[in-house]
Design a protein around this ligand. Structure first.
Ligand SMILES: [Zn+2]
Length: 493
């Protein structure tokens, strides 16, 4: 019948529409996941993470300012977009609403640039075993056993002297190719007991090998070079590290070995971040905690600038160093950095009132429910991959989320039909913490702790789902757009 024909034509139109919408989502999801993979690949250290963030912000029209240049701060204007860095390992970006006046609020988001890694010790030269090895120290709480048998490289920043040593510069370095390895001990040399209670010693068992003495001697037939004589006279980095390591850095930096004055370097896995799974739905990478949230908050801030003209608030993203060791440093979340930025931008008089109109989204990765360890999750709070951003609650305030702050985020999610999840840890399990509670306390600001769910947090290779990157970026973009208006509709004493 005609009716049937019309109905089936209508149905097929709906199906085509649905498929188109789904494939739209799929295209966006993959494009964003690929951008994140790029971000992770170019960020093997916190210094590189900040560098990558700066590049993203500059492309989006944000202007670099300096904490030490008073004029920069005087010239901040409504509709302006700015960023500054501290120690090149923390970065703060902000966009001033077109309708902003002092006393209006801040819509702020925070994340962290650091991850658990091995850092090269101040004196790293280790020999005597037939190998040139490098002394390293663990930073943060890593799943250190995952660092064995990896093709490791070195990245970070180096202080370099110019030609006549009259000035000094900090330069980023990334050796890119694998130059170090920490081999496992063969199964034949370990007893069954040793294997079941596998407990590598953090001092003696994690000493990466750079080269064999045999090959190193062949590579530099005259050990008494001029640089070595120079090194004996003064305390330079040449005394403290294998010349081979210094020459690798120098050739990468295109400087002389003796110009290298100091550094902050960490190891990283050269296995590049990748999208995988039979259906291309997972991201495998180091540092998802927390560079994924750095990428998502920055992308959201940049996307939200379309509506900046009509905004009352200042929208801000702060990416801190040193979360993994408790945030206590001059560039960590436990410092005066964020309170002083708020004061600098708003001025002192109306600051307290402005802070009570503000909110902070503390963005740090969350734990998805691992299918092989499902019992580790509380049955009512089992977190999935692809099910949206996770809001984290803890009755002991290890997370700063309250019913009120979570309502604001969930209301934005509801308005735009974006999925979110809620997480609370089992009562018999330990719980992590993050920058949310300390920032909330220091700034006196409402805070939501949330993050994308992942597996294998703090492993050298972590894993998350591609859909969550898009869900979370959509949600946080809308949150930047909607918060100041939504907050006027909420009355609380
Ligand atoms: Zn984290």
């Amino acid at each position: 019948s005609i009716q049937w024909m019309l109905l089936s034509r209508f149905a097929s139109r709906i199906t085509t529409h649905l498929i188109r919408n789904m494939s739209d989502f799929k295209d966006k999801e993959m494009a964003l996941a690929n951008d994140l993979v790029q971000f992770l690949t170019s960020s093997p250290s916190p210094y590189h993470c900040v560098q990558t963030s700066k590049a993203m912000l500059s492309r989006a029209g944000f202007v670099g300012i300096s904490e030490t240049n008073l004029k920069d701060w005087k010239n901040i204007q409504p509709n302006g977009k700015y960023y500054f860095t501290r120690n090149q390992s923390t970065i703060v970006a902000f966009a001033v609403g077109g309708k902003w006046v002092p006393g209006n609020g801040f819509t702020a988001m925070g994340a962290h640039t650091d991850s658990p890694v091995f850092k090269i010790k101040p004196v790293s030269k280790t020999t005597g075993t037939g190998f040139l090895s490098i002394g390293v120290a663990p930073y943060g709480g890593g799943l250190w056993h995952t660092w064995f048998d990896r093709d490791l490289s070195i990245a970070g920043r180096v202080i370099v002297a110019n030609d006549d040593s009259s000035s000094f510069e900090h330069k980023l370095v990334n050796l890119i190719r694998p130059v170090l390895s920490i081999p496992n001990l063969a199964i034949h040399l370990t007893s069954g007991d040793e294997r079941t209670s596998f407990k590598p010693n953090r001092e003696t068992h994690f000493v990466p090998i750079l080269a064999s003495v045999v090959k190193a001697e062949l590579a530099s037939p005259q050990p008494n070079t001029k640089a070595d004589d120079e090194a004996k006279k003064v305390d330079t980095e040449l005394n403290n590290h294998h010349p081979l390591l210094i020459s690798l850095l120098a050739s990468e930096l295109k400087c002389k070995p003796e110009d290298i004055r100091d550094f902050d370097l960490n190891l990283f896995d050269t296995n590049a971040p990748r999208i995988g799974g039979a259906l291309d739905e997972f991201i495998y990478s180091a540092r998802l905690d927390n560079q994924a949230m750095c990428f998502i908050t920055l992308t959201s801030l940049i996307n939200s600038c379309e509506t900046l003209d009509n905004e009352q608030n200042i929208r801000l993203v702060a990416l801190f160093d040193n979360e993994e060791i408790g945030s206590q440093s001059n560039r960590g979340a436990d410092s005066r950095l964020l309170p002083s930025v708020f004061e600098r931008l708003n001025g002192p008089e109306t600051l307290d009132s402005a802070l009570q109109k503000s909110i902070l989204i503390s963005a740090d990765m969350a734990h998805g429910c691992h299918p092989n360890y499902a019992g580790k999750h509380e049955p009512n709070h089992k977190i999935g991959l692809h099910h949206g951003l996770v809001i984290k609650y803890n009755s002991q305030e290890r997370y700063a989320t309250t019913g009120l702050s979570s309502f604001l985020l969930r209301e934005v999610a509801r308005r735009h039909s974006i999925p979110v999840q809620q997480f609370s840890v089992r009562n018999d399990s330990p719980c992590g913490s993050t920058i949310g509670p300390m920032l909330s306390a220091h700034c006196g600001i409402r805070t939501v702790d949330c993050g994308v769910s992942q597996f294998a947090m703090h492993s050298i290779r972590e894993m998350c789902g591609v859909a969550d990157i898009l869900h979370s970026t959509d949600l946080l973009t809308h949150f930047f757009n909607d918060f100041s208006e939504l907050d006027t509709k909420l009355s609380v004493d």
